[in-house]
Ligand binder design. Structure first.
Ligand code: GAL
Length: 373
């Protein structure tokens, strides 16, 4: 009789283990999370990589983190490697949103859920969810900043503006550009804002790989061709900080005028924050990637427990930051990908302390912000 009870108890324990998933998040059977980041050459992805790693490791998961040097084939190889290593979850920020269809078919075949991180991965039904910031709003904030700084509704104008956008392979880049352009379009149409180069299409102003040197060269050409006669440049609308850096350099070396050009950016990279402190860049749209990592962790944990998260994840997780559950904005050509979208913030010289330092994301060292991770 006792033996029978013991056997039953053992069976019970085995069933319980099976129900909770064979590899629990602690001990030797820890589940593995594969994190594929695009490159170390753009500052933010280093921060994303370490925040994500820290979050998942903190919950007892094993983490494999790859950076692919902005090389599309390398990223495909890196993800193949993660699948071969039998990760239980993939978190991917794609270099080229359209190049992962085949490798993600393999992930799906292996039943590995995929979170598209920050950039939407296109043309694959292997993506379960998308975690990002509201990308259109990022651009909208830049456009609104310019509108308000120039007081476009009241000032006589006209003002001259040039646009610099991001990598055409990055699905976000079009959202950023359109968000800004939609705010400024009426002023361009009425003639209050003028684009002397005439370059107003995304394809004309895009920057391959978000590369600083590419942005700088293009802008040097623009300054040489359209501003060397003394034409004043009032605004350089740049989609992010790496391109803003190149444009700022071009203005420093090749612009004849002496006015302070309004320069926008995105990310809060240290070099750009230093330029903001020094008055060389006017604003950046800050995205708290530490929070993006927290949202990804809670979503990842839910997926690993076999749940199908929805808007409830936000209330259940009790995050200290705002996040919207969106089921209409991001179609990756296989259907809408349910998205968790965080809220970006405008940072200028006046609120760096409050938004970046008091919040703990950066410390001030010798008068300049340094990221804390
Ligand atoms: C975007 C990202 C931006 C910026 C850019 C360059 O996809 O959302 O924050 O970092 O890439 O890497």
């Amino acid at each position: 009789m006792k033996k029978k009870l013991l056997a039953l108890a053992l069976v019970g324990a085995m069933v319980a283990t099976m129900l909770t998933g064979c590899g629990s998040a602690s001990g030797s059977g820890a589940k593995k999370v594969g994190i594929a980041m695009p490159t170390k050459s753009l500052e933010r992805w280093n921060r994303d990589g370490s925040y994500l790693e820290e979050q998942f490791k903190g919950k007892g998961y094993e983490v494999q983190l790859t950076f692919s040097d902005n090389n599309i084939n390398q990223q495909v190889k890196d993800i193949e490697g993660l699948i071969a290593d039998e990760v239980d979850l993939l978190v991917i920020a794609a270099i080229d949103g359209e190049s992962l269809t085949q490798v993600l078919a393999d992930a799906k075949e292996a039943n590995i859920p995929v979170i598209s991180y920050d950039r939407l991965i296109m043309n694959t039904d292997a993506v379960s969810y998308y975690v990002s910031f509201d990308n259109y709003t990022v651009g909208k904030l830049q456009g609104e900043f310019v509108r308000d700084a120039l007081d476009l509704d009241n000032a006589a104008g006209p003002f001259n503006i040039e646009f610099t956008a991001g990598d055409p392979a990055d699905n976000n880049a079009g959202f950023f550009f359109n968000g800004a352009y939609d705010v400024l379009r009426p002023y361009i149409e009425s003639g209050k804002l003028v684009v002397p180069s005439g370059q107003t299409e995304f394809a004309q102003v895009a920057t391959e790989s978000w590369n600083t040197a590419n942005a700088m060269e293009r802008f040097q050409n623009i300054l040489g061709s359209y501003y060397s006669d003394g034409t004043q440049l009032d605004v350089a609308l740049c989609s992010n900080d790496s391109t803003a850096l190149g444009v700022t350099q071009a203005i420093a070396t090749d612009y004849a005028g002496s006015n302070a050009v309004i320069i926008t950016g995105q990310d809060g990279d240290e070099a750009n924050l230093a330029n903001i402190v020094d008055g060389k860049q006017t604003m950046t749209v800050y995205k708290a990637v530490a929070n993006e990592a927290v949202a990804t962790l809670d979503l990842g944990v839910a997926l690993l427990s076999g749940e199908k998260p929805n808007a409830d994840l936000i209330s259940k997780s009790g995050w200290s930051f705002d996040c919207a559950y969106d089921t209409s904005s991001y179609d990756n050509n296989t259907g809408i990908i349910p998205s968790y979208l965080l809220v970006p913030t405008v940072v200028t010289k006046d609120n760096i302390q409050k938004e970046l330092v008091d919040t703990g994301y950066y410390t001030m060292e010798n008068g300049y912000p340094k990221a804390t991770n």
